[in-house]
Design a protein around this ligand. Structure first.
Ligand SMILES: Cc1cc2nc3c(=O)[nH]c(=O)nc-3n(C[C@H](O)[C@H](O)[C@H](O)COP(=O)(O)OP(=O)(O)OC[C@H]3O[C@@H](n4cnc5c(N)ncnc54)[C@H](O)[C@@H]3O)c2cc1C
Length: 399
């Protein structure tokens, strides 16, 4: 039968999840919680679910109900975190949590058993079926396409890029909470900071992060910077346990309606592919929990219903988050690269609840006024030129 032939009685699963990353895994976890008998097949190109990641979030980014079903994935839970800037240091008491890809792989493998298909490449994703590179076809009433970000000229992006090394030290480090931003380092390649997670008494994940105009990562250079940072703090490295890298999208402007019109698959796009991420941090875990809740609440397992719901969620959040894109334009287009840290230093002088709402994507009108009030650490003329998304969208159209 040709791949395109209309409906068939064949059904291999209730749900096909294409791409076994964060978004698909959270959908599976949430669906199985209420309906353990559902047959969910997850199709992942690599030999491992979840790649090589440490996904962090603040406790205040998600509801207590979400924290409940997410808990099997939490590898580390800290009672607060620190930030360090040239003229300001602060400890905040917002709990900070990490999901690791090691734990995600273990939990998902146990949950799905033989229905986690690893090392399979999905080449065609349709409303009710998926074709694999080896020619096999699978059918289900709900097909979710979570194959990671989709390139599009409808979104104007900058980048949060980093390399992180998890190291075992010769002696305990004595650090009890994450340093989420240490911006006391030279400000190369945009806003630059180190991110340090204590993952064990003698283990640290050390990341060199840059908010940059360019996505390219100079791996050798950044690895050397991580070594130098460890040395400068007196941490003698016994072994490099693992390494991860990321180039996360930071949204400056975009036409979300056109982005969805260009979606090549008729399946339900999810995760970064559905443009579901915080515009300023590029983080997608909180949004991935929202979409998992949405899929679990569908009145029936149907790609059409899921796609409509996820598209609506993506568009609604994109439109609601225009303010964060404005701040990003000020950071990237108005502030001098070596002065961008001052925007964040000022941000971290604000009250903790405002900071929590910012990361949760729920800033109130008074929060927004507070964020914009006072003497901005960017030239006022340049800041005013950033007010509208239109010039960036027009630049993109002319390019
Ligand atoms: C190293 C790193 C750290 C991050 N840290 C955080 C964080 O701390 N907090 C946070 O909220 N966000 C974080 N992010 C951002 C974001 O949450 C992640 O990128 C997240 O993994 C995106 O989820 P996703 O499911 O959309 O895509 P992914 O997790 O990338 O999953 C996509 C999956 O699809 C698979 N795939 C692709 N094509 C095919 C195909 N043809 N057939 C089968 N499978 C395919 C890929 O192999 C991959 O496993 C981080 C990103 C990176 C890269």
């Amino acid at each position: 039968m040709p791949f395109d032939s209309p409906s068939t009685a064949q059904t291999d699963a209730d749900v096909l999840l294409v791409g076994g990353g964060l978004a698909a895994s959270l959908v599976a976890l949430r669906l199985k919680r209420d309906r353990p008998a559902l047959r969910i097949i997850l199709l992942e190109r690599e030999r491992r679910i979840g790649g090589e990641h440490t996904w962090c979030h603040f406790a205040s980014d998600v509801t207590p109900a979400v924290s409940g079903w997410l808990s099997p994935l939490i590898a580390h839970d800290w009672s607060g975190y620190e930030v360090r800037f040239p003229t300001h240091r602060r400890t905040l008491t917002t709990p900070y949590r990490a999901v690791t890809s090691d734990l995600l792989h273990k939990v998902m493998s146990e949950l799905l058993g033989a229905d986690a298909w690893l090392g399979v490449d999905a080449t065609e994703v349709r409303v009710d079926r998926v074709r694999l590179a080896d020619g096999r076809r699978l059918f289900a009433p709900l097909v979710i396409d979570a194959r990671g970000p989709r390139r599009s000229d409808q979104l104007v992006l900058a980048w949060q890029k980093f390399i992180g090394r998890e190291v075992r030290l010769e002696t305990p480090h004595g650090i009890s909470r994450p340093i989420v931003m240490d911006a006391t380092v030279p400000q190369d390649d945009g806003y630059r900071f180190f991110y340090v997670l204590p993952t064990g008494p003698d283990r640290l994940l050390i990341e060199d992060t840059r908010y940059s105009d360019r996505p390219a990562l100079d791996t050798a250079l950044i690895e050397a910077e991580i070594d130098a940072y460890a040395l400068a703090h007196g941490w003698r490295v016994a072994a490099i346990e693992r390494q991860e890298h990321g180039v996360l999208p930071i949204a400056l402007a975009g036409d979300i309606d056109a982005y969805w019109e260009q979606s090549p698959s008729a399946a339900a796009d999810a995760g970064l592919r559905a443009a579901l991420f915080h515009p300023t941090t590029g983080y997608s875990l909180p949004d991935a929990t929202r979409q998992a809740e949405l899929v679990a609440a569908l009145p029936e397992l149907s790609t059409t219903l899921a796609r409509a719901g996820l598209e609506q969620l993506s568009k609604r959040l994109w439109k609601q988050r225009a303010f964060y894109r404005l701040l990003n334009r000020m950071l990237f287009r108005a502030a001098r690269p070596d002065q961008r840290y001052r925007v964040l230093e000022r941000f971290y002088r604000l009250p903790q609840p405002l900071i929590e709402r910012f990361y949760a994507g729920g800033s109130t009108l008074p929060d927004k006024l507070r964020l914009l009030s006072g003497k901005p650490p960017v030239p006022i003329g340049a800041a005013l030129a950033c007010l509208s998304e239109r010039p960036l969208l027009a630049e993109r159209a002319d390019a």
